[in-house]
Write a protein that binds this ligand. Structure first.
Ligand code: EPZ
Length: 435
């Protein structure tokens, strides 16, 4: 883990960023597709992979399991998991990344057993795994716990298809049980599935490679398992969708501090809620097939934009991962906005730092806060608390008056590749200092 920090010279409310900023592949799609390599007997080829620290960590976990990973280009890699045979997830690595839990589905389905620690990741709430354990039991597995580890064993070494109703829509549960269902014996029916595009990206690739999955992008997904027979990709390529959270954060930045900014290599269809919310608040946005433009924005006063309430929701609702960047936006527009974070209980922790920078905020409870704008933000030294809030701090520092220091850049590095280089290209004065 690096101890780098960012030094950022604030624009003090001036809107002078210009140029194009590209969006890279979605971390939360790439990680799950890498986990899916366990289902394959041949090489899986990946494109549009962001080379960030979470991808490195997933590569390390897979290598430890016995997979062979080869970086084949700037944004591409191959994974061959045919020789993987270890069924125990490395404790230290898995505790550092929530997405590691997705590996439990394919490992259990292929080898009949898996053991793992409670998965880690960003501290944004309790992040339980009860729904994973319940689902595996439904598929005929026995679950035990010892020495801070979970041990799951399928009866007779084979997972059985089952009907699983998720009590809450969960991204990683939906993905894990799609992967488990693909190799299980018989039919698995998943109900109340999450609808995030990263899930469809994964499922559509599996279908291309022969998996029998129906109902992708709907709340009920049916999988006809192969009964243990591994999939073959036969050269097909997993193309990672663009990161909608990165694109959305750049759009918020373009609105607040840009004159003419074009966000390229993105999928605007995955950002409808943000685009709609910003337009209702008064922002002029041009949407093209794979790009979003905010043009001639330098003369638009942020204070002429209006406050808007935000309630986070599963896709296609407002993403919890854009809640913190949006809060920065709300400090600059006129009026009172309420933020209601419905998914995670620890995801408003960053807001006191915005208050230290000068924002007018009232935190009502762990899920709700009110922001009154517009207020001038002042540069400060900030400790990024997690990946998405870390990026929100960068946005806040860019629009603030004076200089800021953002510590804990390693959180930002988990999800955003070379963020400072891309920001510098549109005119942001940001510098990484190795510490
Ligand atoms: C995924 O987390 C993402 N992570 C998160 O992105 C994202 O914030 C979140 O989905 C919501 O969109 C990955 O894809 C690796 P959930 P996930 O299961 O799957 C509760 C980032 O910064 N729940 O959809 O862990 C849970 O507490 C990260 O990239 C249970 O109760 O989230 C939450 O309230 C942060 N029991 C709700 O479900 C369980 O067994 C939805 O969470 C599992 C989850």
């Amino acid at each position: 883990m690096n101890k780098d920090l960012f030094l950022i010279k604030g624009l003090g409310g001036k809107k002078k960023l210009n140029g194009t900023i590209p969006v890279f592949g979605a971390k939360n799609a790439a990680l799950k597709a890498m986990a899916a390599s366990i289902l394959f007997k041949d090489d899986v080829k990946y494109e549009n992979i962001p080379f960030i620290s979470d991808i490195e960590m997933m590569s390390e976990i897979l290598s430890d399991l016995g997979a062979e990973i080869e970086k084949t280009g700037k944004y591409s890699m191959n994974i061959n998991s045919e020789k993987a045979k270890k069924t125990e997830l490395d404790r230290n690595l898995s505790k550092r990344m929530r997405a590691s839990v997705v590996l439990t589905g394919p490992i259990l389905a292929r080898f009949g057993e898996v053991s793992f620690p409670h998965p880690g990741g960003c501290v944004i709430g309790e992040r339980p795994i009860d729904m994973f354990l319940e689902g595996f039991k439904k598929m005929g597995a026995e679950v035990s716990e010892a020495g801070e580890k979970y041990y799951i064993k399928a009866k007779d070494g084979k997972l059985k298809g089952a009907e699983i109703f998720f009590k809450m829509q969960s991204v990683t549960n939906t993905e894990t049980f799609i992967l488990a269902g693909v190799l299980a014996e018989g039919k698995t029916v998943l109900k109340n599935c999450a609808l995030e595009p990263e899930i469809s990206n994964l499922a559509e690739f599996l279908i291309e490679c022969g998996a029998k999955i129906k109902g992708v992008s709907t709340a009920t997904i049916e999988i006809e398992g192969t009964g243990g027979k591994l999939l073959e990709s036969k050269g097909k390529v997993f193309k990672t969708i663009p990161d909608r959270i990165e694109a959305g954060s750049f759009l918020i930045l373009a609105t607040l501090a840009g004159d003419n900014i074009e966000i390229t290599n993105c999928e605007p269809k995955h950002l409808e809620i943000l685009i709609d919310t910003l337009r209702r608040s008064g922002v002029k946005i041009d949407v093209e097939k794979n790009s979003i433009k905010v043009s001639n924005n330098g003369k638009v006063k942020n204070s002429s934009l209006t406050a808007t309430n935000i309630k986070t929701h599963e896709y296609p609702g407002f993403p919890t991962d854009l809640q913190a960047p949006m809060a920065v936006y709300l400090t600059q527009v006129s009026g009172e906005s309420v933020i209601f974070e419905t998914i995670f209980e620890g995801r408003l922790n960053y807001i006191n730092d915005l208050a230290r920078m000068g924002a007018d905020v009232k935190v009502w409870d762990s899920h709700q806060a009110m922001i009154k704008g517009p207020t001038e933000l002042k540069g400060k030294e900030l400790d990024g608390p997690d990946l998405r809030a870390g990026l929100a701090y960068i946005l806040a520092a860019i629009i603030a008056k004076g200089n800021s220091v953002i510590n804990n850049v390693h959180f930002v590095d988990r999800g955003y590749e070379k963020i400072e280089e891309r920001l510098q290209k549109i005119g942001v004065e940001i510098e990484r200092v190795a510490n």
